[in-house]
Design a protein around this ligand. Sequence first.
Ligand code: GRG
Length: 291
Amino acid sequence: MGGQLDVYMMLRAKIESRLAELVRLDGPLDPLQGSLRHSLLAPAKRVRAVLTLVAARELGGRESDALDLACAVEMIHTASLILDDLPCMDNAATRRGIPSNHRVFGEATAILASIGLMNRAYGVAAASAKLSADQRAEAVGVLEWSVGLEGLVRGQHDDLADYRATMNEAQLETMYAQKTGALFAAAAECGAIVANNQAARPAMRKFGLDLGVGFQILDDVLDAHATSDRAGKDTSKDSGRTTFPSLLGVTEAAEIGRAKIEGGVGAAVAAAQAAGSDGRLFTAFASRLAE
Ligand code: GRG
């Protein structure tokens, strides 16, 4: 996170070590376990999970109490990536710098590993030992919202639909808020739940949605710039796809993406200040994401 890069790396390391514990093997490694671990433990930024820890800390809670919820968020994200890479969706050959899940384990095992991961995520959230029963129920509800028909599932459906080709800027933004923003929103809101800070929840949801939309726009900008490093993607599925760069050009799209990410920081910092923190980690997190 900018000058606080070491804080980000430290939080990421905690998440990765807890993830490994949560999917520890009790028996021999079989293909399903291998498939699940292939994607979950691959090199990744863990931005959503770090956001949960940052939000918990800035809103008056403890990172350690938020760790299992952060891992649940990361499990849901990974489950969505496995599905996103399937031939019926993005048909990606690589993910996280390694072959995509179905290319190694086959489609049936990849789908089952994704469902297994998602299920494990809800189980981890529902059993989070550091939280009260109310906190656990609230967190599970927020995660369900983020995955469901107003979240990832809806956004991914609309992303792949024929009408994607004729979407305008506002429709595209709604789809990005669902496909990518909703899980960022749940990640940030889970931090508020851990901190027992109900007042901060709306600000965290908005902060996460803006971060996710901005992140997705910048992801499109990187895609539009990239040529040689797209070897893992089936670009034939991109033709006719409306994106912010295709509507507005890469320069304006990049500016909008950065502005979205930075636009929500003020309210997040205000929520942190109301909880007695300085909000600096929110600012640093957003700057790092924009980079
Ligand atoms: C039922 C969980 C579930 C999902 C079904 C497939 C699907 C619906 C949604 C996919 C949504 C999707 C792929 C959004 C893309 C978000 C995005 C920008 C991914 C890349 O995230 P990074 O850059 O990747 O954080 P790492 O690998 O660092 O985690």
